[in-house]
Design a protein around this ligand. Sequence first.
Ligand code: NAP
Length: 254
Amino acid sequence: MIDLRAFSLEGKQVLVTGANTGIGQGIALSLARAGAKVIGIGRSSMDETASLINQMDGNFIAHTCDLGDSAQTRDLVDTVWEKHGAIDGIINNAGIIRRNDAADFSEDDWDDVLEVNLKAPFLISQAFGRRVLAENRRGKIVNIASLLSFQGGIRVVSYAASKHGIAGLTKDLANEWATRGINVNAIAPGYIDTNNTEALRADPKRSQEILGRIPAGRWGKPSDIGDTAVFLCAAASDYLTGTVIPVDGGWLAR
Ligand code: NAP
């Protein structure tokens, strides 16, 4: 008999930032497929995600928040918790990237990226942790890191710094909360076919170089990340914490 209950998210409520498109949409769909009620957080319409989840008879609620504005981010978890009930997991997925030579990199391009990619995940995780600890519940935090949590990249200095920061945030929170029922992990996606990588795919030379270096021989799909997020939100991963898991078709092994 097959018993997959340890991998089920039935009865769980999980918040996903940036759920309107790309990896966040893929994660929302995977979580819903595993039985979770998904609360999508974003600044753009999430109708497409809602419709895809409704088609599979899943549960999806959209909640608007601009994660570039820390005043909004700070209240997010409490507001959602009061309105929709306890949250079992959060996926800090929303992220932006700015490209320029380091010598010409503007302070705005530094601040904007750090705000969305690192400060927002910290504020959201902190607010979630406070609630989970106060109510003596279990919680799962999944941060979306990057290959640039391990490597430096080029012409993306604020992005690389933010994603290295995500690895540090993940490990600190994991250490502090490991005995208190909260697991904190990160997924480092490889090259995934989304808006974020559109510029790379539009450049035939760069695109070919990247593809030629991926052992799996293909770009990743949002569902590749989504299905790993399901595992990290499920009871099956209860002894897994403080890790940054590459889901990269073998890129880092090469
Ligand atoms: P994407 O398609 O550009 O999606 C980014 C998401 O973040 C969108 O939902 C976007 O909303 C949201 N977002 C950005 N700024 C926001 C703000 N101020 N407030 C609320 N939401 C905001 O990129 P993606 O590839 O799916 O990226 C998702 C995550 O994966 C990011 O953290 C990225 O760094 C990471 N990642 C991606 C790759 C890859 O190959 N694609 C690789 C490694 C890591 P809008 O649509 O409204 O802008």
